[in-house]
Ligand binder design. Structure first.
Ligand code: NOJ
Length: 566
């Protein structure tokens, strides 16, 4: 087993009131393998392609890689529909390739966490195939309900649009799928299912991985008897399939499987309130939860797919939500993008201040309290793409959402929601990684599985790495700073100027150390006049290379972001 340098920051080691953990001090880098790097020229990113970039990850300075699913899958949802948990998807390589990746990452002191998708499997999974034939122990592995083929058991809707039930002719019953019809939900009420999952989890842990990101974990427990859902909810029925009555029990059981291993676990909970997070994380539960409240600030009353209102957001809301997460969650996760979200610089930044706003977001990400997650491409400020029609979209959620809006009569055609798609689609995050300005950005030799964003001639790794003031360098510097300064990891967080409509400013304190972070989150200059005794402060990082501003009445420039030691 690989020995990691688990020496935690030395100063904090002497402090008695800090619960030190390597995963609290880590910067995590998320890889969507299909779009990262293609090593064999078939247009699809693969595992050897990631291994080729192990030095790149090391140079950037990240400590953990979260690998989105690489298991065998028919790809109805790009790997989140798993047909065999113990083998690797052909397009991505072999188990030997995966073992080599693990070894190469570990050789660089980078840990690897896998995506654990156990709310559902693929329909092609052997378990489902046997279940639909009612074979032996598999008969009740999924949620099967009687009914006539023209009447679903209740009104629940799938997160991807359309009914959450599909009639299976072979078995003559309906099965539940909270996502795509190709992703039937496992029946966690069945102890055999839970045992099979624990066995599989242990199998991966024994292979030497360092933990899991747990997909859609809030949906494991469904309400008894499948009652009708509230038709006014953005996803009908969600109140009956999110945080169901037995969720704590299921998560406790899962957490027990990790107990004997030095792992990190992070659960995705799309519907958890800030107050709920610590019911599922900490002590005996998962280590951390992805809490999504800040990702909803730009959505309309009907959620992210509301064509009437999208894309408008207030800095005050962002500050308020993040401050609640900082102050109320025992150990928060920090993220502004992932493979399901639009690109942060296009969404929360300003493409006309591309470098400034991308580095401002990076500064926030890497100086808050919690574990930061960098999604591939954020380190070069990759932007949203421009999609010209639904035929350019791969994402089943986008297609399902548009179909629903048309079927429900909210709009008549795709054209009416083209702007919404171009704002919201998950595909913005899935355009291939932009390595350089040559053909296909050096992601692949030919025919990429998904069109690249055309701006790769300017926004690419090679160009940014050779520029000392670039977004990439800024990420590297911030990661270094966070690793060196335990106040940035473990320090308390206090919001400054809560009502200011341009500044997001806060301080981090630990014993007698104090850092102040000032972000001018606007495209106008702004004067900082908070009483923070920071006049003689030392500037540690700034995203304007020439004479960064001091918090002493000077005007901060658009999207200027400065970290001070006071
Ligand atoms: C959440 C994942 O992040 C997303 O990509 C996926 O489509 C759903 N869960 C279903 O697995």
């Amino acid at each position: 087993m690989t020995q990691f340098n688990s020496q935690l920051t030395t100063e904090s080691a002497q402090r008695t009131d800090i619960d030190e953990q390597w995963w609290k001090e880590a910067a995590v880098y998320q890889i969507y393998p299909r779009s990262f790097n293609d090593s064999d020229g078939d247009g699809v990113g693969d595992i050897p392609g990631i291994t080729e970039k192990a030095d790149y990850l090391d140079d950037l300075g990240v400590d953990v890689v979260w690998l989105c699913p690489v298991y065998e899958s028919p790809n109805a949802d790009n790997g989140y529909d798993i047909s065999d948990y113990r083998s690797i998807m052909d397009e991505f390589g072999t188990m030997a390739d995966w073992e080599e990746l693990l070894a190469e990452l570990h050789a660089r002191d980078i840990r690897l966490i896998m995506d654990l998708v156990v709310n559902h499997t693929s329909k092609q999974h052997e378990w489902f195939q046997q279940s639909r034939r009612r074979e032996g122990e598999f008969e009740d592995y999924y949620h099967w309900v009687d009914g006539t083929p023209d009447e679903p058991p209740n009104n629940w809707k799938s997160v991807f649009g359309g009914p959450a039930w599909t009639y299976d002719e072979e078995r003559g019953q309906w099965y539940l799928h909270l996502f795509d019809p190709e992703q039937p939900d496992l029946n966690w009420r069945n102890p055999d299912v839970r045992d099979a999952i624990t066995e599989m989890v242990t199998w991966w842990l024994e292979k030497g991985i360092d933990g899991f990101r747990l997909d859609a974990i809030d949906h494991l427990s469904k309400a008894d008897g499948y009652p009708d859902g509230d038709p006014d909810e953005p996803i009908v029925g969600v109140e009956h399939f999110s945080h169901g009555p037995r969720l704590p029990e299921y998560l406790d059981e899962l957490a027990a499987a990790f107990e004997d291993y030095d792992t990190m676990t992070v659960g995705e909970m799309g519907g958890a309130d800030i107050e709920q997070v610590d019911d599922f994380a900490g002590d005996d539960g998962l280590d951390m939860i992805f809490q999504f409240e800040h990702m909803g600030i730009d959505a309309g009353p009907d959620g992210p797919w509301d064509p009437e209102q999208f894309g408008e957001w207030e800095l005050g809301d962002l500050k308020e939500i993040i401050s609640q997460q900082q102050n109320q969650i025992d150990w928060p996760t920090l993220f502004f993008g992932n493979h399901d979200q639009p690109r942060p610089v296009s969404r929360f930044g300003d493409e006309s201040y591309h470098a400034e706003s991308a580095t401002l977001i990076a500064t926030l990400l890497l100086t808050l309290r919690g574990t930061p997650y960098i999604y591939q491409g954020e380190e070069i400020g990759m932007t949203n793409n421009e999609f010209d029609g639904l035929e350019e979209i791969d994402d089943p959620m986008t297609v399902g959402a548009v179909d629903d809006l048309i079927a429900d009569g909210v709009v008549d055609s795709y054209e009416e929601v083209a702007d919404l798609v171009n704002y919201q689609s998950r595909d913005h995050a899935r355009t291939p990684m932009q390595w350089d300005d040559t053909e296909n950005a050096d992601f692949t030799d030919e025919n990429p599985w998904f069109d690249l964003n055309e701006n790769f001639d300017e926004i690419n790794v090679e160009a940014l790495r050779s520029d000392a003031d670039s977004i990439w360098q800024h990420y590297q510097d911030l990661i270094d700073l966070r690793q060196a300064e335990d106040v940035l990891v473990y320090g308390d967080y206090d919001l400054l100027l809560p009502d200011h409509d341009q500044f997001y400013a806060y301080q981090r304190t630990l014993d007698d150390e104090r850092f102040v972070i000032v972000l001018n989150w606007s495209n106008e200059p702004a004067t900082f006049d908070a009483d923070v005794e920071a006049i003689d402060s030392e500037i540690l990082i700034s995203n304007y290379s020439d004479s960064p501003s001091t918090p002493s009445g000077e005007a901060f420039r658009p999207y200027e972001a400065v970290v001070y030691r006071c």
